[in-house]
Design a protein around this ligand. Structure first.
Ligand code: PGA
Length: 241
């Protein structure tokens, strides 16, 4: 199973930035990569990147059918624009109504369109300090229950307190959380749960790029650091194959 590295540009960039990023990015061989720009740059980025580098979206509509849903972008449209992946339930979106059942609906919509959902899970600072991290994460994993048995997916463990803060879990606690997530996936989905890639995200940078690999994660999700194509390539290399 190749490791998977996801670049989440969040609301950054423009057409010129996307073109330059694609020109600068030198992906290491033997790992899977997905780059998630804002919607308007998806197609240009798809055209500019080599075929083995996937493009993904940062969210999608919960509406599966075309219709009067102003401002929404469906899974079908994302697939049509060349996406292979889509983030679901990023912690910056959960407070905007993308939580619980809304995530489960999006996971199902993504799978129905042939996209691989990357479900983002992670405890808040408050859950972390009150010792409820595992409980919070295992609850969010239930959002995969709508995924058909044969559909691919990935999970990104992103403690909310680590995102954009410069703080990260230590290797041991990250490794322990990975084991809990793995066990949760297996109890939820059976043998398939052993093969779902579990990524780490939250303040992954060049300086700590070895952390996900040391903790046995199957890859990483980088936000701010992924805006620099060379740094993101370094993160992919450090995470191993
Ligand atoms: P960060 O963001 O790498 O800037 O902390 C990660 C994320 O939000 O996915």
């Amino acid at each position: 199973m190749n490791k998977l590295f996801v670049a989440n540009w969040k609301m950054h960039g423009d057409a010129a930035f996307a073109a330059q990023w694609a020109a600068d990015f030198r992906p290491p061989p033997e790992c899977d990569v997905a780059v998630c720009p804002p919607f308007p740059y998806l197609q240009a980025l798809r055209a500019a990147l080599p075929a083995h580098v996937a493009v993904g979206a940062q969210t999608l509509s919960a509406q599966a059918e075309d219709g009067a849903h102003t401002g929404e972008v469906s899974a079908r449209m994302l697939a049509d624009a060349g996406c292979e992946y889509v983030l679901v339930g990023h912690s910056e979106r959960r407070p905007m109504g993308e939580d619980g059942d809304a995530c489960a609906t999006r996971v199902a919509a993504a799978a129905a369109a042939g996209l691989t959902p990357v479900l983002c899970v992670g405890e808040t600072a408050e859950e972390f300090s009150s010792g409820r991290s595992e409980e919070a994460v295992l609850r969010q994993l239930q959002e995969l229950s709508s995924l058909p048995a044969e559909a691919p997916c990935a999970v990104a463990y992103e403690p909310v307190w680590a995102i954009g803060s410069g703080r990260t879990p230590d290797t041991e606690s990250l490794s322990r959380m990975r084991e809990r997530i793995r066990a949760g996936l297996i109890s939820q989905t059976g043998a398939k749960g052993g093969k779902i890639r579990i990524l780490y995200g939250g303040s992954v940078k060049a300086e700590n790029a070895g952390l996900p690999g040391r903790a046995g994660m199957d890859g990483a999700l980088a936000g701010g650091a992924s805006l620099d194509a060379a740094v993101f390539a370094q993160i992919c290399r450090a995470g191993g194959t």
